[in-house]
Design a protein around this ligand. Structure first.
Ligand code: CMC
Length: 437
């Protein structure tokens, strides 16, 4: 197996003084971002370990894939700024970039495109699997189950020590996710599944599998397909977020990639992660009209009111989320194309953004629009029900998950993920028989 070489550069040592003893800890930097203190030997040497719930100050891995500078509002995939990729690239090209580290040449792209296209169908027996779910099942519930079940269908790509099997599993996951997401949608609305059509591109195919019905001809609208493709690019990776860390942690035990991605889907489902676009849309609906905005701004600023402006603020970005700008462009394109340019929610969103960006409260707390501020309006105008929003996020994030998983497998520094704890429970005590309690 080709193993990844560490690219960390030593910057010296940090000294920790604990109980009058001094411990030297190596420090490193990567190619961008702050330095790190290497604490791997701390427990062995000093008999203490660190406490960092939420991992706010802990790097769990070395990664070449995605870089975020939250202060400056920068997001790079393999060094390329997200706005350039959103404007000029395609989702499938970005998939190649994330997986391989470089943009493909024509021949490499044609080969990759062909491989993905040839894997879009799912095993026919998987369709009967869908029928085991209730019709009103949430698409994310179906995705968790069906993607996990892929490992029971594709045994020939579950040996994680074989690079070719890892590649086939990666292509299968990227290719089959749109088919599975579209099937989950079709099942909930009671329409027949639509098979993939290999003459169509990745995103066009997904739109057709989702919205076509056998009784009518379906023509893909290129403006809407471009908008959705851009949305997929914007969601493709975001370094060590909760679901990606879940995929890495699951994979660290040697679990197969289909099971790991199912774990990522489960984590993404939570409202603190993938569910915020739905919440932002609901908030805009709740505000309803421009004249109500001051009332909601006042509520968002009130420390005694738990209302927050959904789609505003981010753990990492303390500047405008670079994805939000590209999302806003697509929101306008989609609303114009679908004849919704006068959508009152768009007016509310734009005015809310204008007011908040000038308001001392939001400015001083560095609260800027994030990707979810405009994505809900856009996805709704594209015709997706809110329950599908997170499933679309999962579809797009699959390539990031699988690229990060593959990187982890090839990293000799990676071990099974196994955090420590600070035990605060009962100390040793003797068992008391039931009759004596
Ligand atoms: N509206 C009003 N006040 C806010 C908001 C908001 N949206 N976000 C943060 N604040 C205030 C918060 O009340 C706190 O004030 P104080 O210091 O006076 O207590 C301060 O800003 C810091 O907030 P925090 O909750 O400590 O910050 P965090 O980094 O833990 O939270 C966040 C980040 C995204 C959870 C939060 O900004 C939020 O809840 N935003 C709304 C939900 C949302 O849009 N989430 C989508 C995130 S983007 C999706 C992705 O990348 O996966």
């Amino acid at each position: 197996m080709t193993m990844k070489q560490s690219k960390l550069k030593s910057t010296g040592k940090a000294t920790l003084i604990y109980e009058n003893k001094s411990f030297e800890l190596p420090t490193f930097v990567g190619s961008e971002g702050p330095a790190v203190v290497d604490i791997r030997k701390l427990y062995g040497d000093a008999d203490i370990f660190t406490y960092d719930p939420g991992f706010t100050s802990t790097a769990s891995c070395e990664s070449d894939i995605t870089f975020i500078d939250g202060e400056k509002g920068i997001l790079l995939y393999r060094g390329y700024p997200i706005d350039q990729l959103a404007e000029h690239s395609t989702f499938l090209e970005v998939c190649y970039l994330l997986l391989h580290g470089e943009l493909p040449n024509k021949e490499q792209f044609a080969k990759f495109d062909h491989s993905i296209t040839m894997h879009t169908m799912v095993h026919e027996q998987l369709a009967s699997f869908f029928r085991g779910f209730r019709r009103d099942a949430h698409p994310m519930a179906v995705m968790c189950g069906v993607v996990g079940a892929l490992s029971a269908f594709y045994h020939d790509s579950t040996d994680i020590n074989d690079p070719r099997q890892r590649e086939v599993a990666s292509h299968r996951l990227i290719a089959k996710m749109p088919t599975i997401a579209a099937m989950a949608y079709k099942y909930t609305v009671g329409q027949p599944f639509v098979y993939p059509l290999n003459s169509l591109g990745y995103t066009e195919n997904f739109l057709r599998m989702t919205f076509a019905v056998p009784a009518e001809e379906y023509k893909v609208n290129p403006i809407l397909a471009k908008a959705l493709d851009t949305i997929f690019i914007l969601h493709a990776d975001h370094e060590q977020n909760a679901s990606t860390s879940t995929v890495r942690l699951s994979g660290s035990s040697g679990a197969n990639p289909f099971a790991c991605i199912a774990a990522g889907i489960a984590c993404l489902w939570g409202p603190a992660h993938g569910g915020a676009n739905e919440a932002a849309l609901k908030m805009l609906e709740q505000i309803g009209s421009v004249d109500k905005i001051p009332e909601f701004i006042k509520r968002a600023k009130d420390p005694n009111d738990d209302f927050r402006l959904m789609g505003f603020g981010h753990r990492v970005y303390k500047n405008y989320d670079p994805r939000a700008k590209a999302m806003q462009v697509q929101a306008h394109a989609v609303l114009e194309e679908t004849g919704h340019q006068n959508d009152p929610l768009l007016k509310v969103a734009m005015e809310l953004e204008r007011i908040a960006l000038q308001d001392e409260y939001f400015v001083s707390k560095k609260l800027y629009p994030n990707i979810d501020f405009y994505s809900g309006i856009t996805l709704r105008a594209l015709g997706f029900p809110t329950s599908m929003f997170t499933a679309l996020f999962a579809l797009a994030r699959t390539v990031g998950w699988i690229a990060q998983w593959g990187e982890m497998i090839e990293d000799p520094a990676q071990k099974i993920g196994r955090p420590r704890q600070i035990y605060t429970g009962a100390q040793r005590r003797d068992y008391v028989p039931l009759g004596k309690r």
